[in-house]
Design a protein. Structure first.
Length: 95
């Protein structure tokens, strides 16, 4: 599921993509989703949600760590999403 907040401007060079990897019936995943959605909406960053139950490779890789947040395909954090840390990471331009 890809979600987009449409406040991005043409000169915004932070074309990040945040991926939230989790599972259903997971209170930590619900908390992480609220934080990711809030920060991404405020910064105009695209984010997506993936369920480990729907992807065997994701399950094998992350089952002990969910929720996991990737920024631009690289692991940013797991278990608890710190809003300030995510915001700071997304404020950085891509390499």
């Amino acid at each position: 599921m890809l979600r987009r907040h449409e406040t991005r401007t043409a000169d915004d060079s932070r074309d990040h993509v945040v991926t939230l990897i989790g599972k259903s019936d997971c209170h930590l995943c619900d908390d992480a989703e609220r934080t990711v959605a809030k920060v991404c909406a405020e910064l105009g960053v695209v984010w997506e949600k993936k369920d480990i139950a729907q992807d065997e490779d994701l399950h094998r890789t992350y089952w002990e760590q969910v929720p996991v947040v990737l920024v631009d395909g690289l692991q940013h954090t797991f278990w608890k999403v710190d809003e300030g840390r995510l915001r700071a990471r997304l404020a950085q331009h891509q390499p």
